[in-house]
Design a protein around this ligand. Structure first.
Ligand SMILES: NC(=O)c1ccc[n+]([C@@H]2O[C@H](COP(=O)([O-])OP(=O)(O)OC[C@H]3O[C@@H](n4cnc5c(N)ncnc54)[C@H](O)[C@@H]3O)[C@@H](O)[C@H]2O)c1
Length: 348
């Protein structure tokens, strides 16, 4: 088991990788705990949950909305949860985002922790203290930064994950490798079969590398005013694809990374060989798909990107495998590169 500590100016969070999730029972207070999960996770793991009230939400992105937060808050009130209460989220990124946001605002904030049950949430969503819900079509508009007290990432839970969800998470793992860890990138390149088998030891090692990288970034820049922005590599175009409803988060980010890689190549930040290695790795796991989204729709969605400041946007480029750089560029440039890329002129 690997224990990674995240220390920010205001909080401390422990990420336990390779820990048996059922040991969470011994880490909770004796009373005042409620569990938030979703219906799929409840079906598979519910009979082994600690003995506390369970509130389950519908699986998927549609639960990341204010009505769900309101409903859950009413349930907490009816269950008599006061300021000493504790929310345990057991689920993927959606459950952690919803439960984390609720814990941060209920009675001005109560304690919380996560058992992270998808690859995406283990490598990314549950580390860093960001939470959020969507507003209509715009992702994560309402939310804040708040570190859970601890997060358990048990890769054995990934054996029950549908393929689509597993590969969606793999894309985020590859993202971390591209922006921050060349050794992880090579490990993914070399372990195709072990990854497909969902080898628990291998995944523990890789999740640990990913979380370590994210933890170092978050410890330096919790509120995303600088360095943390690099974690958004692939997300400018990716979010636009995801919101269109055509792709799961990771697949959308994979396509976003491919476009951002081409953009980086055009800018002379990476070599053709490096760009090919990135594309090959994404293709090796079948993460790149064709999405027929009209240009105007992508443009609208990019224009609504919350990372946009005025007419500029912080865009993340890759400048070598394992390295990324943030540049503030005009939104118009992001849009025109997208058109250029779509017209099939991207550099190969
Ligand atoms: N807060 C952050 O820093 C951050 C970072 C990245 C992504 N996110 C958010 O995370 C969300 C996506 O997370 P996700 O991909 O985990 O999606 P998810 O939470 O919707 O889970 C995906 C599906 O897998 C099911 N599931 C979960 N665990 C399972 C298991 N062990 N076995 C079988 N089925 C299981 C769920 O019921 C759901 O149907 C997005 O809303 C995204 O915005 C947040």
């Amino acid at each position: 088991m690997e224990r990674i500590i995240i220390k920010t100016q205001t909080a401390r969070s422990e990420i336990l990788i390779g820990e048996n999730w059922e040991s969470v029972d011994g880490m909770l207070p004796g009373s005042g705990v409620v569990i938030i999960t979703d219906d799929n996770v409840l079906d598979i793991y519910g009979d082994r949950f600690p003995q506390f009230p369970v509130f389950s939400i519908a699986p998927g992105e549609r639960s990341k909305m204010f009505e769900v937060i309101e409903l859950l808050a009413e349930k907490l009130l009816s269950a008599g949860i006061d300021r000493t209460g504790f929310i345990l989220a057991i689920g993927g990124g959606v459950v952690c985002d919803v439960a984390g946001f609720l814990a941060s605002i209920y009675l001005r904030g109560i304690r919380c922790a996560y058992v992270s049950s998808t690859l995406l949430s283990q490598v990314d969503a549950s580390t860093g203290g960001k939470n959020g819900i969507n507003l209509g079509n715009t992702k994560n508009v309402l939310g804040n930064f708040r570190q859970p007290e601890f997060v358990i990432c048990d890769p054995s839970m990934l054996h029950t994950l549908p393929d689509e969800e597993f590969f969606s998470g793999l894309a985020e793992l590859i993202k971390t490798a591209i922006i921050g860890n060349e050794r992880l990138f090579e490990m993914i390149e070399r372990n195709h079969e072990g990854i497909l088998r969902r080898d628990t030891e291998l995944l523990s090692l890789m999740i640990g590398m990913s979380v370590n990288f994210k933890a170092s970034v978050v410890s330096e820049d919790e509120k995303e005013s600088g360095l943390r922005r690099i974690l958004n590599f692939g997300h400018t175009y990716g979010h636009a694809i995801e919101i269109s409803g055509l792709a799961r988060h990771g697949f959308a980010v994979a396509s976003g990374m491919e476009i951002a890689t081409s953009f980086s190549l055009l800018k002379g930040l990476i070599s053709e060989r490096e760009a090919s290695r990135i594309r090959d790795l994404l293709n090796q796991f079948n993460l790149l798909r064709e999405y027929n989204i009209p240009d105007y729709q992508i443009e609208q969605l990019i224009l609504h990107d919350k990372k946009k400041t005025g007419t500029d946007l912080h865009f993340i480029f890759v400048n070598g495998i394992g390295k990324a750089v943030v540049e503030k560029i005009p939104v118009a440039e992001v849009l025109s590169f997208y058109k250029y890329y779509k017209s099939g002129k991207q550099i190969t």
